[in-house]
Design a protein around this ligand. Sequence first.
Ligand code: BGC
Length: 260
Amino acid sequence: MLISLEGKRALVTGGNSGIGEAIVDALSEAGAKVGINYVVHPETAKKIVTRIRGKRGEALALQADVTDPGAVAAMFGRMDEAWGGIDILVNNAGIDGGRALSWEADGGAWRKVIEVNLMGAFYCAQQALKRMISQKSGVVLSISSVHEIIAWSGYSAYTASKAAVGMMTKSLAQEAAPYGVRVLAVGPGAIKTPINRSVWSDPAGLKDLLSKIPLNRMGEAEEISRMVVVLVSDVASYVTGRTIYVDGGMTDYPDFARGG
Ligand code: BGC
């Protein structure tokens, strides 16, 4: 089976690092034109654009803070100008906010996590769906997390934001379905990226993390990006309104391999 995204116009938020960067590369390899949204480190976004253009792909670096609806609208305007619209949105930009027990957490920091992970995904989905509904095609895919359904002490804002992304995905999918537009999410488990470096670079932290993963290893960003390419392609034409977990079995609660 050949998956081709030839001629598709894609936008990946937070596309200049970690899972986002891998998604940008995978979409481009499948033939899509890719807008690489970033908020900081323009040099990394520009480097990725150069890399893609070097392989005869099409890419654009698009600066915008996804928490600012005006900036998001302007970014979609630049997609319109460059490529006449959008076919694939990947809401990938996200932060975990750092560990803080709820009674010690700073309200502003808590709000920031919700603004980036939830409001940012919503503002981008809103702009994308306006366009996709009128052209009667398109896919919105949000990067959620296993923490959409697994509680995580110290990360109440993060878990709340991801649970909300899951339910937003279902509701948007229902709204968009009559127009042939799919809305879905991918829930990565422990993928080795900068967001969890403090855990995997510490032997005790890594050992503890691996005990939570049946496949007994962390995932690679490419294991997420490959699934994203499948899901945004016509191979997955009947999949909508769901979060697909790509987690080495983490949501299978490995402690239940014994006892119970
Ligand atoms: C978090 C990672 C964590 C993983 C599994 C992800 O959503 O961003 O830091 O390792 O979930 O707990």
